[in-house]
Ligand binder design. Structure first.
Ligand SMILES: Nc1ncnc2c1ncn2[C@@H]1O[C@H](COP(=O)(O)OP(=O)(O)O)[C@@H](O)[C@H]1O
Ligand SMILES: [Mg+2]
Length: 199
């Protein structure tokens, strides 16, 4: 991996995403198992009942083992859905084995939108989210759409707040990312190597 210190955000995104797509299947499988291992004993992971997860896309670290572990523990799981009315926002929809999934405009599978199955983000206890790069202060670089930032903007104010967990390969760590005022920092990041906790 070349030094990522001086790269612009678009260039950093491009390099990280390319690197991610180049991993082999055995590397992906091993990292996914290790990701779960890093998280297993975390109290948010163990005790949260309402947990938002994501389905792996674009070479992101595979959440399969993590999701199966949560299903075995009987957690209520939610998936992000592009909000049909609030542009640039996500909605978290209940996901169980009966939920029909369809591809959204980014080619990511999501539940069919229905208000009755939507959970307000502030009542989700743990939100697991993908990222393109992170730093050791808990700053997150996403794909550039700002979807999680907008959806979680209520966290700028005090009140009930979910724990935010980024999931990534450990090599996605970079030196300090310049956080923008709208960026919502993460509470923790789990990688194939370890769990980073912030604040
Ligand atoms: N709370 C928000 N309100 C309005 N616009 C936002 C908000 N959060 C993010 N954005 C917009 O989304 C765009 C992408 O955000 P950015 O943080 O660069 O992406 P990402 O978090 O996906 O890496 C920015 O141009 C920013 O203006
Ligand atoms: Mg952001």
């Amino acid at each position: 991996m070349p030094s990522t210190t001086m790269l612009s955000k678009p260039e950093l995104r491009r390099q990280m995403r390319n690197q991610r797509r180049r991993l082999t299947q055995p590397q992906r499988r091993q990292a996914a198992a290790q990701l779960l291992h890093s998280l297993r004993h975390n109290r948010h992971f163990q005790y949260s009942r309402h947990i938002a997860v994501y389905l792996t896309n674009d070479g992101e670290i595979d959440t399969g083992p993590l999701i199966r572990d949560l299903q075995r523990r009987g957690k209520c799981l939610y998936l992000p859905v592009l909000h049909p009315l609030r542009q640039g926002h996500l909605s978290f929809l209940r996901w169980d084995r009966h939920t029909k999934l369809v591809k959204n405009r980014f080619g990511i599978r999501e539940p069919v939108f229905g208000r009755s199955r939507s959970m307000p983000a502030r009542f989700v206890q743990l939100v697991c989210m993908p990222l393109v790069a992170f730093d050791q202060q808990g700053n997150r670089l996403g794909m550039g759409g700002g979807f999680y930032d907008r959806t979680l903007a209520f966290m700028h104010q005090p009140g009930q707040q979910p724990a935010l967990l980024g999931c990534a390969y450990d090599w996605q760590k970079t030196t300090a990312l310049a956080a923008e005022p709208w960026d919502i920092p993460l509470s923790a990041i789990a990688t194939d190597q370890r769990l980073y906790r912030f604040r």
